[in-house]
Design a protein around this ligand. Structure first.
Ligand code: NDP
Length: 238
């Protein structure tokens, strides 16, 4: 049984990743920030199925809080950096605060969590890191410049860290979802969502489970020779 930490596991993609890993028999730590009720509900549901799941509150955009969180955890075998926020705004309207909040939440958190998880992985000479980036980090999203920059940063971090940790038996990969039906889409109107469907070659939006299965694959023994890669889960949107 591996110890798995999933950031942002209270809702959406992170909750689906938690379900997959927990139901496969892993010991799963579900990080969350504000959604206490949602994470408690999910933990109750999974515990009733006999899964080993533990909620852990932490704002992963805060390096001190991340350090403190890791101080309460056993060595982590699989780290899934999923926590993230979105914001749609014209580039010319972005404030310093928008920029810093986006970068610290979506990119800083990946740095802080990898930094805290790696020493134990290096000692054990094994580990899996899967970072959730976005199609917008690959191709750029209009009115999401700060989001796209943070997600592109995750891709650079993933590729560079994979090279550095290859000899330590640790793989580092990213999953780049397209448009996935979660709360993150709540600002979009029905017309916006139809336009996104029309832009996607499959004509559909993805589900959190589509992404979760890709994360599971990258953390599985079948993917032991795969590192430094970005796996698109996007219905062909690219
Ligand atoms: P949701 O908005 O549904 O969920 C976001 C999750 O991130 C929540 O669990 C939230 O926790 C957590 N979170 C946010 N900020 C923090 C923080 N500072 N500390 C800890 N946890 C935090 O988003 P999705 O499930 O859609 O997104 C998950 C990831 O997938 C994100 O990185 C997103 O950028 C990426 N993605 C999503 C796409 C989509 O179309 N949905 C497309 C491409 C990428 P809480 O609720 O407890 O505050």
């Amino acid at each position: 049984m591996r110890s798995v930490l999933i950031t942002g596991a209270s809702r959406g993609i992170g909750a689906a990743v938690a379900r997959v890993f927990a139901e496969k028999g892993e010991r799963v730590y579900l990080n969350y920030h504000h959604s206490h009720e949602a994470v408690q509900r999910l933990c109750r549901e999974l515990t009733e199925k006999g899964c080993s799941v533990f909620p852990i509150q932490c704002d992963v955009s805060d390096p001190h809080a991340v350090q403190a969180m890791f101080g309460t955890l056993p060595p982590i075998d699989v780290l899934v950096n999923n926590a993230g926020i979105a914001q749609t705004k014209l580039f010319t309207d972005l404030t310093d605060e928008d920029w810093h909040t986006m970068l610290s939440t979506n990119l800083g958190s990946v740095f802080y969590c990898c930094r805290a998880a790696l020493p134990a992985m290096i000692r054990q000479h094994s580990g899996r890191i899967v970072n959730i980036t976005s199609v917008w980090g690959q191709i750029g999203g209009s009115c999401e410049v700060h989001y796209s920059a943070a997600k592109a940063g995750i891709i650079g971090l993933t590729k560079a860290l994979a090279k550095e940790e290859g000899l330590s038996g640790i793989t580092v990969n990213a999953v780049a979802p397209g448009v996935i039906q979660t709360d993150m889409l709540s600002p979009y109107t029905a017309e916006d969502l139809q336009a996104l469907r029309d832009e996607t070659p499959t004509g559909t939006l993805g589900t959190p489970m589509d992404v979760a299965r890709a994360v599971w694959f990258l953390a599985s023994p079948d993917a032991s020779f795969i590192t430094g890669q970005v796996l698109g889960v996007n219905g062909g949107l690219c």
